[in-house]
Design a protein around this ligand. Structure first.
Ligand SMILES: NC(=O)c1ccc[n+]([C@@H]2O[C@H](COP(=O)([O-])OP(=O)(O)OC[C@H]3O[C@@H](n4cnc5c(N)ncnc54)[C@H](O)[C@@H]3O)[C@@H](O)[C@H]2O)c1
Length: 330
């Protein structure tokens, strides 16, 4: 089928788009390149550089690619920045989302997969977190994602859209074949930052808190390989097309790793220890964030099959090629 990927030049969007292409779909990209990269768009891909708030441009991209559905990755997604610039986060993530729904309606496109996040839950009351856990986001990023989920639900009730909302926990790792990887500036994710600390001139990694109520005192997060994440999208898309059924799905492995366990996996892969300095806890960080993925397993028939070692190996493979990456960025 033909799809338009908003944010398809970003980290998750480029990997998921690659998986759709590998499954025989045609994927055009709509992206303003504010945090995405032109090198992440394969040569020959129909590409429109534009902002999701530009409804007419989106409509034109949907029409010219003859899209039958949308993969909506485009968003602002830095928690700390969202606290400082809440207006920007609501503007792009909610108003931009509304603009996309308007463009889809005008172009007669009804199907959508939405990149949501574990941040919609806020501080978990139970662990692992099921999809029916109360939504109590604790920052504007999570609030903006929850608000767009609410808008999608209302649009679906009005018959305007059929959608699945995929709540990612921590996407991590890079393409197995080394063709794509994670490249954010600033980078806020643990694994790429830990790997950068190993590169020549890399600053030590700051670990925020070692007195959390966890097995080794560091925070637990649910790291899911980006190619397992892509597989879940394909399954959610197939179901949407086959049965017209969407829904809300947590995407995580269902098991978490502490920061120290991640650093140990990196030591095993890279053969040396990540230099670390311990800082105080950060406000608003929950001790443990782990997905219940029972629903995605049962309804989508999805099983994440890559390990933390696979995540670290593919990320290290990607991070080891800084020259190639710098050339690509030029
Ligand atoms: N990476 C994770 O662990 C994670 C976890 C939970 C949810 N998510 C969600 O997944 C999606 C992708 O995240 P990512 O990590 O790939 O981030 P990313 O920054 O790499 O990708 C976002 C993409 O959207 C584009 N974009 C941003 N604002 C835009 C705008 N106004 N108009 C058009 N394009 C715009 C950027 O240029 C970029 O290519 C986001 O919606 C994010 O909230 C990611």
């Amino acid at each position: 089928m033909r799809l338009l990927a908003t944010g398809g030049a970003g980290y998750v969007g480029s990997h998921v788009s690659a998986a759709f292409r590998a499954s025989g779909h045609e994927v055009a990209v709509y992206d303003d390149l504010s945090s995405g990269h032109e090198w992440a768009i394969p040569p020959g891909t129909p590409f429109t550089r534009g902002d999701v708030r530009d409804t007419s441009r989106l409509e034109a991209a949907l029409r010219s690619s003859r899209a039958e559905g949308v993969l909506h990755f485009a968003a602002k997604c830095l928690v700390g920045e969202s606290v400082l610039k809440p207006d920007l986060y609501f503007d792009i993530n909610v108003v931009g989302g509304a603009s996309l729904l308007r463009a889809m309606e005008r172009a007669g496109v009804k199907r959508l997969l939405f990149s949501s996040t574990a941040s919609v839950y806020g501080n978990p009351q139970t662990s692992p977190i099921p999809e029916d856990h109360p939504l109590n986001p604790v920052n504007p990023y999570g609030e903006s994602k929850r608000d767009f989920e609410n808008l999608l639900a209302a649009a679906a009730r009005a018959g305007a859209v059929r959608y699945a909302s995929l709540r990612y926990f921590n996407a991590a790792g890079c393409a197995e074949d080394g063709s794509l990887g994670e490249d954010h500036d600033p980078e806020t994710h643990l694994i790429p930052n830990a790997l950068r600390a190993l590169l020549p001139g890399g600053a030590p990694l700051t670990v925020f808190g070692r007195d959390w109520p966890t097995r080794d005192g560091t925070c637990v997060r649910d790291y899911l390989h980006v190619e397992d994440l892509a597989d879940a999208h394909l399954r959610a898309w197939d179901r949407l097309c086959r049965d017209g059924e969407g829904g809300v799905f947590n995407l995580g492995t269902g098991t978490g790793s502490t920061v120290l366990e991640v650093l140990e996996a990196i030591r095993n892969e890279a053969g040396r220890k990540v230099p670390v300095s311990f800082g105080p806890r950060r406000d608003g960080d929950p001790a443990v964030l782990v997905a219940s993925n029972v629903r995605a397993r049962r309804i989508l028939g999805w099983t994440p099959c890559r390990s933390l070692a696979d995540i670290v190996r593919t990320a290290w493979n990607w991070g080891q090629t800084p020259i190639k990456n710098v050339e690509r960025r030029r």
